[in-house]
Design a protein around this ligand. Structure first.
Ligand code: UGA
Length: 429
């Protein structure tokens, strides 16, 4: 077997797994990717990329000789000592994380002094300790364990992997933590070496803090609407303070995706399970839920009853540059609009296929103008550049009404108004 770092295994070929695999292959490692989904592995072997992520297809193609795909864990175990675990940890009905895929991996790994699991999946704080207890109880105490949370963002995942703000490596001693740190060394990112529980908490706390920042600015936006201030100006003024920072102060119709809603809830539940009521996170979640629904109020203020009104949704994905529809604000919006009797059409440049699996009763248009044809109002849901750069005069001509709600504060109000449309942002004058 090769040294600990020149050959690695990656278990799970979702966003995190594939980007991690392609990234380490780019840094020179042989990478053995394993997934239980045989069809996905076949597609990857053929050079197809099952998800939309800018730059990923190129990275996989460029490093195809170093990337190996299999449904058999034994292939990874034979060639690699470090096994990066990047399986899904979706929320359960209780809001706790579902760790069944993680447990399936742990169950499938044989006893070994040669191998270590490197946890990339987002797991509750305490998971590493309980997995190490499982190792001990099942005679696998030779297995190493490292928590190495992932901070990449969908849509810029490849860039985030290659230029991380920091790398966090949590372990309790042994060879594996050093080997993981060595793997990341070429990226020259600040390294946080710590214990397993703290590494797990860094991940949950980071996502919860970012989500808090978004809910905070959304509440400021709502107050701006009552007081005549403009949240874009307010965020600009706040963000120049180094202690606050300008990022994640974009008010809008709320955060979505596979991470923030799940991780904020999981941290709240984790605290609750340990006897602590995390009040702040309860508010962060509630503000986010209400924020999506405030768009309905704005539409009603201009149009009266929405029954029979034609509403165009511009964008469906939870954010631009991804086809991910998980917890997208468009899901709540389209359902609420239909419940109020509106006729909904929608356009998304990439996410339509995923959206069709989750949204029913709406018309999927092949272009923005097709979605906007005869619409009484339009809502910018996802700030794809194609949508932000629309010709607003053409939009005004296509619509039968003249209301445009900018759910992401991504448009130039003056340009929209100059085209004869009514512009309504989130917390903007
Ligand atoms: C998020 C984190 O940003 C990553 O660091 C983390 O690794 C990832 O979760 C994860 O845990 O896997 P991601 O969900 O891909 O990444 O997307 P973000 O770019 O963070 O956006 C999340 C949501 O917040 C989107 O719906 C976006 O529209 C919204 N958002 C973001 C705002 O409403 N306002 C902002 O200022 C920023």
């Amino acid at each position: 077997m090769s040294t600990a770092s020149d050959s690695i295994g990656v278990i799970g070929t979702g966003y995190v797994g594939l980007v991690t695999a392609a990234g380490f292959a780019e840094l020179g490692s042989e990478v053995w990717c394993v997934d239980i989904d045989a069809e996905k592995i076949e597609r990857l072997r053929r050079g197809e990329v099952p998800i939309y992520e800018p730059g990923l297809a190129e990275l996989l193609a460029r490093n195809s000789e170093r990337l190996h795909f299999s449904t058999d864990l034994a292939d990874a175990l034979e060639h690699a000592r470090l096994l990066f675990v990047a399986v899904g940890t979706p929320p359960t009905y209780s809001g706790d994380a579902d760790l069944s895929a993680v447990h399936a991996v742990v169950g499938a790994i044989p006893a070994s002094d040669e191998h270590a699991l490197v946890m990339k999946s987002t797991v509750p704080c305490g998971t590493g300790a309980s997995l190490q207890r499982v190792f001990a109880e099942s005679g696998k105490d030779g297995l190493g364990y490292v928590s190495c949370p992932e901070f990449l963002k969908e849509g810029s995942a490849v860039k985030d992997f290659l230029h991380p703000d920091r790398v966090v490596v949590g372990d309790e001693g042994g060879w594996a933590g050093d080997a993981v740190a060595e793997l990341y060394a070429p990226l020259k990112a600040p390294l946080v070496r710590t214990d397993v529980a703290s590494a797990e908490m860094v991940k949950l706390a980071s996502n919860a803090f970012l989500a808090t920042k978004i809910s905070f600015i959304n509440e400021i936006a709502n107050v701006c609407e009552e007081t005549g201030a403009d949240v874009v100006e307010v965020a600009r003024g706040m963000g120049l303070d180094d202690r606050i920072g300008a990022k994640f102060l974009q008010a809008g119709i709320g955060f979505g995706g596979s991470c923030f809603p799940k991780d904020v809830d999981a941290l709240k539940q984790l605290a609750g399970n340990s006897g602590y009521h995390f009040q702040l996170l309860t508010a962060v979640i509630e503000v986010n839920d209400l924020q999506k629904r405030r768009v309905i109020g704005k539409l009603q203020r201009h149009l009266g009853s929405l029954a029979g009104k034609r509403i165009a949704l511009l964008g469906l994905a939870f954010k631009p540059n991804t086809d991910d529809m998980r917890e997208a604000s468009s899901l709540v919006l389209s359902a609420r609009l239909q419940a109020d009797g509106a006729v909904v059409s929608a356009y998304d440049p990439i996410a339509e296929e995923q959206a069709r699996k989750l949204v029913s009763g709406i018309t999927f248009a092949a272009s923005p103008l097709q979605a906007l044809a005869d619409a009484d109002a339009a809502v910018l849901v996802t700030e794809w550049s194609e949508l932000v750069e629309l010709d607003w005069v053409g939009v005004a001509e296509a619509m039968s009404g003249n209301l445009l709600i900018d759910g992401r504060n991504a448009l130039d109000p003056a340009a929209v108004r100059a085209a004869g449309l009514i512009y309504e942002g989130i917390g903007r004058r």
